[in-house]
Design a protein around this ligand. Sequence first.
Ligand SMILES: *Cc1c(COP(=O)(O)O)cnc(C)c1O
Ligand SMILES: [Zn+2]
Length: 389
Amino acid sequence: MSFSFFKHLQCSDCATVYDPDKIQTFCPTCQAPLLAIYDIASTRAHVDRDEIRQRPRGMWRWREMLPVKNSENIVTLGEGDAPLLRVPRVGSDLGLTNLFVKDEGMNPTGSFKARGLAAAISKAKELNVEKVIIPTAGNAGGAMAAYAARAGLRAHIFMPKDTPIANVEESRIAGASVTLIDGLISEAAGMAGVKAREEGWFDVSTFKEPYRTEGKKVMGYELADFFDWHLPDVIIYPTGGGTGLVGMWKAFKELAELGWLETHKRPRMVAVQADGCAPVIKAFDAGAEFCDFWLGAQTIASGLRVPKSFADRLILQDIRESQGTAIAVSDEAILKAQSRLAAAEGIFAAPEGAATLAALEVLVEQGWVQADENIVLFNTGTGLKYIKA
Ligand SMILES: *Cc1c(COP(=O)(O)O)cnc(C)c1O
Ligand SMILES: [Zn+2]
């Protein structure tokens, strides 16, 4: 018996439907991501939103709206339900009364990549995949290695040779083969793609695999739960491949269709990138539909060193639909924000997470946020993984 109301996959561009019981990647016609579609009417009929609150904590308490059909295939290390913390000191410094940090650094492997890889590896196991491959800017590799080990799958990881050492070591100790390359995630993606095609590895690249974003969308469900089935006014999110941003926006639509939200109001989504790699900000400001490939990407926020996301169109579409915006910040501002958050609130954020505070400072100056709005910063990983020897 399946507890999931997952129906099928659908191209995010041409809406072609794809068989969910086969291994799928992306729409070859459109070169666009596939998104998971659920039977909303059945979920609504069978699931009580408030009953979900009584379940054991973690990502899988939302299992009816996740793609894994048989509970035996769930591969978990305890991901999900990372705390949403009020940060009153930092807030009052900025003149804000309702500022929060969603501290995703509390997830297994120290980043929210655990959510996406828990979903992807569980589904891969369900579809009898035996070996998985990933190009990564860092944390996705460590998470994939851990979940692949847990599932008994072989893992191969391609990452830039200047990826934080913690990401290399956590991958190796979990038994993954690691190839360090002289280039960025985009080159890693090319090499992983070739190996996938030639040797039959399943490629778990961001958005070329349909289920990582399903794991990350649960962050959106958790916000609705926390705010008593309302949503915050503003979400500030460090955007690399965009799985979390696109996933949460999808989650908000699903929650609305389920009739689980108390109001129609949706958050304004703010994408943050580093000014040394800001393809989304450039495209947003230009009113473009797609991003240009960013040449010479460079930033200490390794998770944001993504010169062009495979889901660039969706990211831009979702920011605009939400009446949001896109902000680039310098590495210097990121480091300052990182110290500020740790010293004032005890949260040692990853540079990517700290970037959201740096962006908020700009938004406050611009008058883009109001003093009493509920504002959520996403700290997507722990700062501990970036410490240099
Ligand atoms: C991967 C990563 C990001 C970017 O996440 P996307 O969902 O791919 O945009 C941000 N922060 C950290 C710490 C990451 O590892
Ligand atoms: Zn298509």
